[in-house]
Every structure is written in structure tokens, then in C-alpha cells.
Write a protein that binds this ligand. Structure first.
Ligand code: F6R
Length: 661
């Protein structure tokens, strides 16, 4: 939700900010805005609609936005519709403070009443605007205390000095890469003001603020919402994710919960909300700007579908140690802790939830542990029975999904152990977890998850093998044999993607369909759910996934002549009778006039008489089959949406990283 970038350095801020917003637009695209401080003036511009609307205004406008300190925002609306007035940045009564925000300030209504009662005029319907006015009050208070009147760079400098003298806290200055480690002797007044305001806020927020009199800093804060720092040479960036500044630097710094960060040209200083200096964890981003570009494809989604063999291979690389054990990326638990596990919960949302449903089959089969899969948004509200011997596996591409994060926090409070499967280094969910396995899929910009789903499925299978091995249920050679089969999957994924042209043609021919049903059994059922989700979110079409056996208990009433029904067929070599049962299910829907689209492995001739369209995938073992059966469904949804003239990278109403509950 909402993309945020802040910049302080020597480059023209507007250019840096707009290029960052272009990379962040996948996070939200209802409206966009920028603010730049230069020549003693804070200038803002904001517009409803896509970033292109804002860029057009900036191009057309005669007023340039000079300055080397700035920030920008791309919005996914929560409070207040996507209008110009509700677009960020928001400013205070004096027009000297500007704020951008991601998240929801839950107590904004009472804060707004308080502000209005004391004479502040709020112009938008957003929760964010209260922050600008609260900052106005804090800044005035700090100026009064230091005897400064404000209003110019000179007085601002005096305020810095006064605050430094009175604060008495040494800043922990992490130098921007290549720049001198010369932080101030105490927090900047704007940092102090934001810290004070944050202590009054409830809910989830990333905030970045600028002040007209303080071009030397851009200040940010976070609680349960993402914020990372980019450390450049003589410049620093604050952003929702590293893609916003990856063209400038690959050196990044994590910001923890309830922390404020002060970014200056010569360094970055972090404090917790109590004012204690904090040392942030520095890390190097292992992908570059080209990974976050379209690379010749018209859409990110098409590029990301094609990247799946590499994404899978990278996720699987080096997972078996020379001693033959499965290797996680981070492990803050002992083998005994894992041996003590007697129950597994998987929590996730959307596509990641579907990966979790697939994992259940593998985890129960391999470990003989009971495994429940739960939508993260429901998990903590139903009092799940958790204790030290429960393992909660949290799956999240972004590592920032608030529903999943809250489920993780709830699990930790109940003393459960948490293992995260995540694609984003430095994000919150892995940091809140006891163990981590990263999917190494690289940045996924298309809003609909594709390559990261494959990475999540592979990671889940590795977690299943890890647990089975640690608990002694599978022998080392059995684990090695599975890993070997997994290692062969990237090649099968590549082969499958090479044969999807007929799927594209089929999808185009169905562009006018009203609905599509998806059926599956065993691991094919979550694949059917994923196929339906992709079609809903990309093509805005009614699509449902069902377990094929459940059809006759109600959904079969939906079948009418010509309705496309996609069936994900399990291997005839898999679970006894399953294949025969689904062949009967295909006949049942066909008998009622459905147009059957059958996904079956090579060599499965039994389905041929009942398939109006037959899509072949390579044969593989039952539990690994989703890694290939999902692919035609991704292509199908993408192509059908394109045939309908839709933007597959930024479907309506959606955002990539869902940081509100
Ligand atoms: C669908 C999709 C979403 C995400 C869900 C969880 O294509 O991308 O359903 O899977 O919002 O996101 P993460 O994995 O970031 O927690």
C-alpha cells in the first residue's frame, strides 16, 4: 500500500523522487504527490490518478521545483477517496511542514477533533493530515523553548544548535556510503517533533516529513509499516522498499519498529520513540536496477512469468549442506526446539495462502505433524491454540503484509515459534521471526504474484523436508532424493513455459466469457484456487476454484452450456483412485455442457476423450506438480486480461504490499 520516497543530497530532488515513484507505483496508484524544499520554499504538487497525471502537471507547470531535498508518495486510498485534495503530501496551517504516510492512524478522529477545537483547519478527509498539524504544534513548542522564532534557514540552524544543546543525547550516526560519519550532537528539532508526534499515534504508519526551514534533513518514522534507508555517497534515501533507490545505491539500512530516522547528506541517525540512539543493521542489496525494469517485456508480469526457472533455481540453490541437511537462511532456534514441535500452522494471505495450502500436503505427508493453514487476517481473532511446541510458518513475499505480521506477533505472544518464508530481505516479518527461509526470486513488481508463488511453494517444500529431517521422520538419503527432484524442477518449468502459446490463444478466445470455474483435487485444489484468483484480479472476471469432489455438493448448479471449466488433473501415478475420480468429475461437468480445459501431465491419455482443450505439463512427482500446473493458469489469466485491454501490472483497486489490516 502506498509507496514512499524521501531524498536529501546533491541531485535535483524532483527527478530522484519521480524516478523512485515510478518504481514504487506498483504499491498504490490512486493518486501521487511530491514535495521539494529549495530556495527557502516548500513546494508541493499532487494529483488524483496514476503518477502520469502528476508528471503531466509537473511538465506543463511553469513553476519548477528547485531543491535537493524532497519526497514523493503514490497512494492506495484508505481514508478519503482518491482525489487531489486527499492525495499526499499533506501540509499544516502554515504550509511549512509536509507529510507523506503509509498505513492507518487509528486514533485520527479524536486527534482531528482536538486539532479543530484548537483552531486548526484540516482540508482533506485523510487520517494523515493530523500528523502535519501535530508537527506544527510540536515545532512551535520546540521553538518557543529554544527562544527561536523560526522562519529562516538561519533561525533553523539556531534551533538545531539549541535542540542539540538541550537534548544531551549523542546521535548514533551511520554515515552515508562514502560520506563522513559526522552526525549532529543530538537529534534535529524536526526529528524530535516527529518522535513526539509518533508517541501520540495509534495504528500502523510509515511517515516521512519535510520542513521548509530545514532543507538539511528529511525525517521518517515507522510502526508496523515498511521503511528502509538507502545510503549513497553524500546523499540518503528513505523509502518503502529498496527498488525506489536501487538506481542510486545498493547499500541499505534497516529501520526497526517504533523508530525515527533522520537522514542528512552526511549520514543517517536512528532513534527509538523514547529518544535512545539505535544502531541500524546495514545490508547490501543483491540485485540491481535492471532487475526492477521490464527488460524488453511490455509488462512486468510477462517478464516475471518468464523469470520463473531462474527464480526457482535461485531459491533452491545451496539448500543441502555438505552434511546433507536442509539449510535455512536464519535460525534462532535449536534442533531440539524443532524436534519439540507437535503442530504446524501456516499463516498467509492471497497467493501466499495458496502456497501454504500446498505446503500442508507435503508437511503432513513428510513429517506426520498436523498442519493447519489459515488466512492470516482471521488467525488471531479466533483464539488459535498455540504454545511453545507450535510452529507457525508465515509466508509473505513482501514481508510487510500487516495481516500476516499481526498473526506472527500474536503467535509470538503465545510463545509459538515462528518461521518466515519471505522474498524481501530487511522486511519486518523475517525480523519478527525465529527462523527464515528467503525465496530468492528478485523484485516482483507486477501486482499479481507469479514467480514468488513458485518460490514460496519450493520454500514450503524445503521447510517440510527440514522438519521431517530434524524430527528424524525422513532419512538423509530420502531428503537428498527429494532435493534432487526439486533441483530438476527449474528445467521442467522452463520446458512448460516454452509450450504455452496454445494457452494464450485459448485465453484470447475466451476474452468475452462471463465466468470461469477451476477444479482440482489434492495439491491441484490450491492450484485451482490460485488460477481463479489470478483471473479475478487481472481480468476482473467471476472465477471460482473448487475441490473437484465438492462440485456435486452445490457448485455444479453453476454449470451451464459453454461455461469454461479448467480442471487440474493429478498424476495417474499419484494417490490411488484420485485420477479416476477427477476423470469422472470432468465427465460430470461436460455432460452439463461445460467447455472443459484440462491440465494433465504428458502421457495421461485417459483424459483425452473428455478434454475440449488439453494443456500438457511435464510429468513430475505429486507434491511437486504445482510448480508446473500453475504456469498455464498464470499465462491464461494474464493473456485473457490483456485481450480485455487491461493493465496486468496494476489491476484496479489492488496494491502490491498490503500494509493495512
Ligand atoms: C495475488 C497477490 C496477493 C498476495 C497477498 C500477500 O496475486 O499477490 O494475494 O499474495 O497480498 O502478499 P505477501 O506475499 O506480500 O504477504
Amino acid at each position: 500500500m502506498c509507496g514512499i520516497i524521501g531524498y536529501v543530497g546533491a541531485q535535483p530532488a524532483l527527478e530522484v523522487v519521480l524516478s523512485g515513484l515510478r518504481r514504487l507505483e506498483y504499491r498504490g496508484y490512486d493518486s501521487a504527490g511530491v514535495a521539494v524544499v529549495g530556495a527557502g520554499v516548500l513546494r508541493t504538487e499532487r494529483r488524483a490518478g496514476r503518477l502520469a497525471n502528476l508528471e503531466k502537471v509537473l511538465d506543463e507547470g511553469s513553476d519548477a521545483m528547485p531543491g535537493t531535498t524532497g519526497m514523493g508518495h503514490t497512494r492506495w486510498a484508505t481514508h478519503g477517496g482518491p482525489t487531489d485534495v486527499n492525495a499526499h503530501p499533506h501540509t499544516d496551517c502554515t504550509g511549512t511542514v509536509a507529510v507523506i504516510h503509509n498505513g492507518i492512524i487509528e486514533n485520527f478522529a479524536e486527534l482531528r477533533t482536538e486539532l479543530e477545537n484548537s483552531g486548526h483547519e484540516l482540508t482533506s478527509e485523510t487520517d494523515t493530515e493530523v500528523v502535519a498539524h501535530l508537527l506544527e504544534i510540536e515545532i512551535a513548542r520546540s521553538r518557543a523553548a529554544s527562544g527561536s522564532t523560526g522562519g529562516s534557514a538561519t533561525t533553523a540552524a539556531a534551533a538545531v544548535a539549541a535542540a542539540a544543546a538541550t537534548a544531551g543525547t549523542a546521535g548514533s550516526s551511520g554515515a552515508a556510503g562514502g560520506a563522513a560519519d559526522t552526525g549532529p550532537t543530538g537529534p534535529h528539532p524536526l526529528t524530535e517533533a516527529l518522535r513526539a508526534v509518533c508517541r501520540r499515534l495509534q495504528g500502523a504508519f510509515t511517515l516521512v516529513v519535510l520542513h521548509q526551514d530545514h532543507p538539511e534533513v528529511v525525517v521518517g518514522a515507522r510502526r508496523n509499516s515498511p521503511l528502509v534507508v538507502g545510503l549513497g555517497a553524500g546523499e540518503a534515501f528513505l523509502a518503502s522498499d529498496v527498488s525506489a533507490f536501487i538506481a542510486h545505491t545498493r547499500e541499505a539500512l534497516e529501520i526497526g519498529q517504533d523508530q525515527v530516522v533522520e537522514a542528512r547528506r552526511d549520514g543517517v541517525t536512528i532513534y527509538d520513540f523514547a529518544g535512545t540512539p539505535i544502531e541500524g543493521r546495514r545490508y547490501h542489496v543483491d540485485w540491481d536496477a535492471s532487475a526492477a525494469e521490464k527488460g524488453g517485456f511490455p509488462y512486468f508480469m510477462l517478464k516475471e512469468i518468464s523469470e520463473q526457472p531462474a527464480a526457482l533455481a535461485d531459491t533452491l540453490r545451496g539448500r543441502l549442506s555438505p552434511e546433507g541437511s536442509i539449510v535455512l537462511d536464519e535460525e534462532r532456534l535449536s534442533d531440539q526446539d524443532f524436534r519439540d514441535i507437535d503442530k504446524v500452522f501456516i499463516v498467509a494471505c492471497g497467493t501466499a495462502y495458496h502456497a501454504g495450502l500446498i505446503a500442508k500436503y507435503a508437511i503432513e505427508h513428510w513429517t506426520r505433524l498436523p498442519c493447519e493453514v489459515e488466512m492470516a487476517s482471521e488467525f488471531r481473532y479466533r483464539d488459535p491454540v498455540l504454545d511453545r511446541s507450535t510452529l507457525v510458518v508465515a509466508i509473505s513475499q513482501s514481508g510487510e503484509t500487516l495481516d500476516t505480521l499481526m498473526a506472527v506477533k500474536h503467535a509470538r505472544e503465545q510463545k509459538a515459534r515462528v518461521l518466515a518464508i519471505c522474498n524481501t530481505n530487511g522486511s519486518t516479518i523475517p525480523r519478527e521471526s525465529d527462523a527464515v527461509l528467503y525465496t530468492r526470486c528478485g523484485p516482483e513488481v507486477g501486482v499479481a504474484a507469479t514467480k514468488t508463488f513458485l518460490g514460496q511453494v519450493a520454500a514450503c517444500l524445503l521447510v517440510g523436508l527440514f522438519l521431517a529431517q530434524t524430527r528424524g521422520v525422513l532419512y538423509g538419503d530420502e531428503v537428498a532424493a527429494y532435493v534432487d527432484r526439486l533441483q530438476r524442477m527449474p528445467e521442467l518449468v522452463r520446458r512448460t513455459l516454452g509450450t504455452v502459446e496454445p494457452v494464450r490463444e485459448l485465453a484470447r478466445s475466451l476474452a468475452g466469457a462471463k465466468a470461469v470455474l477451476f477444479l482440482g483435487r489434492h495439491v491441484g485444489y490450491p492450484v485451482a484456487l490460485e488460477g481463479a484468483l489470478k483471473l479475478k484480479e487481472l481480468a476482473y472476471m467471476h472465477a471460482e476454484g473448487f475441490p473437484a469432489g465438492e462440485l456435486k455438493h452445490g457448485p455444479i448448479a453453476l454449470i451451464e452450456p459453454g461455461l469454461p471449466v479448467v480442471v487440474v488433473v493429478p498424476s495417474p501415478r499419484g494417490r490411488a483412485n484420485l485420477h479416476g475420480k477427477i476423470v469422472s468429475n470432468i465427465q460430470e461437468v461436460r455432460a452439463r455442457g461445460a467447455r472443459t480445459i484440462v491440465i494433465a501431465e504428458e502421457g495421461d491419455t485417459a483424459v483425452e476423450p473428455y478434454a475440449d482443450h488439453l494443456i500438457r505439463v511435464p510429468a513430475t512427482s505429486s507434491l511437486l506438480a504445482p510448480l508446473v500446473t500453475t504456469l498455464p493458469l498464470q499465462v491464461f489469466a494474464c493473456e485473457l486480461a490483456l485481450a480485455r485491454g487491461l493493465d496486468v501490472d496494476q489491476p484496479r483497486n489492488l496494491a502490491k504490499s498490503v500494509t493495512v489490516e
